[in-house]
Write a protein that binds this ligand. Structure first.
Ligand code: NAD
Length: 520
């Protein structure tokens, strides 16, 4: 295969590109609502409409009528996956890579429609929706290549009289449990990691984005992934929890909140009757991501990068910055500029080009933001909260808060909405102490011109992804392997070398090669 390269983004500055996307969205709208059945092997079933997804910007627009899978469906899907595994698990990595390369081509061919679906179902603005499709394609291309690498047997020490070998084999059935905020990219990444390494997958998308989940399965199956190797269980937590408990599941790939991730880790540790293996959990969870701003930082760089990190996709990226720790020497100037820039942000429907923020995903997220903003007003000083909002939909004003007491939950808990705290620190060491005091360790940012400070902060921060002198979001496959430490995740790195190791098991063989006489 050719060397891996990231998929290029669309050039949205070109009117022709924007026109094509707008036309694609109109064509998609004409087909709404989409129907998303349960797909177990060759069987499609379930009553579509049991689960409904809507446009977060216009909640009266129904995007999908989906079936809602039950625990019994999870049982049937695992049984199908066991059959699917017998066939798919026997293929070579090169054969699987060929199928996955075709899947990447399918995604590429329908990238405009998939981006339009994300705009509608997740309320994600075009620029980020397009980047998400590119990331999905990158995951497919990258893991296809990684699987081939993994199949090469590692070099072991060989001594006279013995032959040593080790190979990696797929574990069996992978349950993929996905969030709504990257409904195509993160789902594709986890599903394809399972498939590329030879496992069969049962995939449960988020209840908020079942149509995006259906589109991922469509693309992979059309490319030739056998139906029994990839089942789709749209639904809420019932099928997810049933998969986690199921004795036939070997690996659980989960991305979502810390609370659910911890529940999954606990439940997966139980050995169910009939289960003859330990389940492995790959969990990517939430964060409380800080940006540290040194006294010598260039505010012309920091302010836009902080705003992009905190308010891009309305603060709903797990990597989003939510806490700024600013050297006291420039705190006052910085806070004033940050507040002014935040007040000027454009909040509007996701399909409008050039907006800064679209809606948040649902009424619960809007309510979470409202409650956090009310607590901010009670405990601290609200520096910005005045954006004009569209009359309907789940919109929130980007909110900047200062002067919170050190024990405020707004400084330690993930809000997952556009709310950013800012506080002065006496030194970079004090900022590092604050970051190190968190139970989360997903992303962090640093703005400093001093190489010694960069080295010291790099040494001290426990986060999975540190970004220096740039925004904290937008990790690229193969360039910034992504994933958190501490309560932010199990330390696996999506889009990085070694990720597929979580989906396979090693088998070592030592053969005595001394002659013991002829076999007759
Ligand atoms: P969530 O935890 O509410 O849901 C995630 C998935 O888990 C959904 O499919 C849901 O139906 C399922 N689920 C819920 N309860 C379950 C249970 N008991 N057993 C099994 N499955 C269950 O998260 P969300 O709201 O979809 O996503 C937002 C969260 O995800 C945020 O906390 C964000 O930080 C995190 N996230 C992390 C990363 C990362 O890479 N670290 C990436 C994206 C999102």
């Amino acid at each position: 295969m050719t060397a891996f390269l990231n998929e290029p983004l669309l050039e949205l500055r070109r009117a022709s590109v924007r026109d094509e996307l707008t036309a694609t969205l109109a064509a998609l709208d004409a087909t709404l609502p989409l129907h998303v059945p349960i797909r177990i092997g060759e069987q499609d079933g379930g009553e579509t409409g049991a689960l409904v997804s809507v446009d977060p910007g216009r909640p009266d627009r129904v995007v999908a009528l989906a079936a809602s899978a039950t625990a019994a469906d999870a049982d049937a899907a695992v049984a199908a996956a066991e059959r699917g595994f017998a066939r798919w698990g026997a293929t070579t990595a090169a054969e699987r890579a060929q199928t996955l390369t075709r899947a990447a081509a399918v995604l590429r061919a329908r990238r405009a429609r998939l981006a339009a679906l994300i705009v509608r179902e997740a309320g994600k603005p075009w620029e980020e929706a397009d980047a998400e499709i590119c990331e999905a394609i990158d995951f497919v291309e990258f893991y296809a290549r990684q699987a081939i690498e993994l199949e090469r047997e590692p070099e072991l020490l060989q001594l006279p009289g013995e032959r040593n070998a080790m190979r990696y084999v797929p574990r069996g059935v992978v349950a993929v449990i996905a969030p709504w905020n990257f409904p195509v990219a993160i789902s594709t990444g986890m599903v394809v990691a399972g498939l590329a390494s030879g496992n069969a997958v049962v995939y449960k998308p988020s209840e908020l984005t079942p149509a995006c989940g259906g589109a991922v399965v469509d693309a992979l199956r059309e490319a030739g992934v056998p139906a029994e190797a990839l089942s789709l269980l749209p639904g809420g937590d019932e099928p997810g929890a049933a998969l986690v408990r199921h004795p036939g599941v070997h690996t659980i790939a989960f991305t979502g909140s810390c609370a659910v991730g911890l529940e999954i880790v606990r439940a997966a540790a139980e050995v169910a009757p009939g289960q003859r293996h330990l389940k492995r959990v790959v969990a990517e969870m939430g964060g409380k991501n800080c940006i540290v701003v040194d006294a010598d930082a260039d505010l012309d760089e920091v302010v836009p990068a902080a705003i992009r990190s905190a308010f891009g996709f309305a603060g709903q990226k797990c990597s989003a910055a939510s806490r700024l720790l600013v050297h006291e020497a420039l705190y006052e100037t910085f806070a004033a500029r940050l507040a002014g820039a935040s007040e000027a942000l454009l909040v509007d429907h996701a399909e409008r080009f050039g907006i800064d923020l679209g809606p948040v995903v649902d009424a619960a997220a809007q309510e979470r933001h409202r409650r956090a903003a009310a607590l901010a007003a009670e405990q601290g000083t609200v520096l910005a909260d005045g954006a004009a909002l569209p009359g309907e939909g789940f919109f929130c004003s980007p909110t900047v808060v200062g002067e919170l007491p050190p024990d405020s939950p707004l400084l330690s808990e993930e809000v997952f909405a556009p709310l950013l705290t800012v506080e002065p620190v006496a030194s970079i060491a004090a900022a590092c102490d604050a970051v190190d005091g968190s139970s989360f360790a997903l992303t962090a940012g640093l703005f400093s011109r001093n190489p010694a400070t960069v080295a010291e902060v790099t040494r001290r921060l426990p986060v999975g992804n540190l970004y220096v002198n740039r925004a904290t979001t937008g990790a690229m496959v193969a360039r910034q392997p992504f994933g958190g430490n501490r309560l932010s995740g199990t330390g696996t790195k999506a889009g990085g070398p070694g990720y597929l190791a979580a989906f396979v098991e090693p088998r070592a063989v030592c053969e005595n090669t001394m002659r013991h006489g002829l076999v007759v």
